[in-house]
Design a protein around this ligand. Structure first.
Ligand code: ADE
Length: 244
């Protein structure tokens, strides 16, 4: 899985991708994360990547030539299927389903917008996906790109040590995760639910499913509309709702 990230701030990309699980995945050769400096694709002596907007108005616009030239170069270096993503608050909202879709790709080029925006021709003629990580405005697309890289890379087989952990968590099942506890079983007056230390695996599974449902109902009831629920789950939800 190759991520190439076009940016004028390669240090932000390296700072994030040089730590923890993503760093280990890179060392193992499972994912490649390369920051590509847009200034290397400029032709003027000031290495300009932005300019004032046609028609006037405040702010600067990201110029198209360095972006087109950089993407052309990256594609010719590694021919084959590629997605070209633009990180922008105007994009489609990034979520777990999109992460799963991108995890099936081999090569993703990400363009980090800066300034007030990017020349519209980049969007219209170069980009295959516009992605937003949420309804807020960052100073640039770098952190957003790294959110996407992190969420996608952890789905690549072998990146997480324990293969099962990518699956059992929040969102993959369509529900929020059940509460977790570890030793000690008693701390101050706070104890662990009895069933979890009982060793009864069937009861533990039941408790976990119920508490996933409870948590989802309390915090993200919208998820229940699309989560795959069994008849038993539906009965559990009816019972929980009656408690109120
Ligand atoms: N660039 C600035 N804000 C952003 C956001 N919320 N998502 C993606 N890219 C961005």
């Amino acid at each position: 899985m190759i991520f190439e990230i076009l940016t004028t701030f390669p240090g932000i990309i390296e700072a994030v991708a040089g730590e923890s699980i993503i760093r280990r995945a890179r060392d193992k050769g499972l994912v490649e994360v390369e920051a590509v400096n847009l200034r290397d694709f400029t032709s003027d002596k000031h290495k300009t990547t932005d300019d004032s907007p046609f028609g006037g108005g405040p702010g600067m616009v990201m110029k198209l030539e360095p972006v087109f030239d950089a993407v052309d170069t990256l594609i010719s270096r590694r021919p084959g299927k590629v997605r070209v993503a633009l990180m922008t608050p105007q994009g489609e909202r990034f979520d777990q389903a999109k992460a799963e879709q991108l995890a099936r790709e081999n090569h993703i080029i990400m363009i980090c917008g800066r300034y007030e925006g990017v020349d519209e021709r980049i969007r219209r003629h170069l980009v295959t996906d516009e992605m937003s990580i949420g309804d807020y405005v960052l100073t640039g697309g770098e952190l957003a790109a790294m959110v996407v890289v992190d969420a996608v890379a952890r789905l690549v087989p072998g990146v997480l040590g324990d293969e099962s952990s990518a699956e059992s968590e929040s969102f993959s099942s369509g529900l929020l995760e059940y509460p977790q506890y570890t030793r000690p079983a008693q701390y101050r007056e706070y104890s662990v639910p009895e069933v979890l230390v009982s060793g009864n695996h069937k009861e533990i599974e039941k408790w976990r499913r119920e508490h996933s449902l409870r948590r989802t109902l309390e915090r993200r009831p919208d998820l229940l509309n699309s989560a795959p629920l069994t008849e038993e789950d539906r009965r559990t939800l009816v019972r929980i709702r009656k408690e109120e």
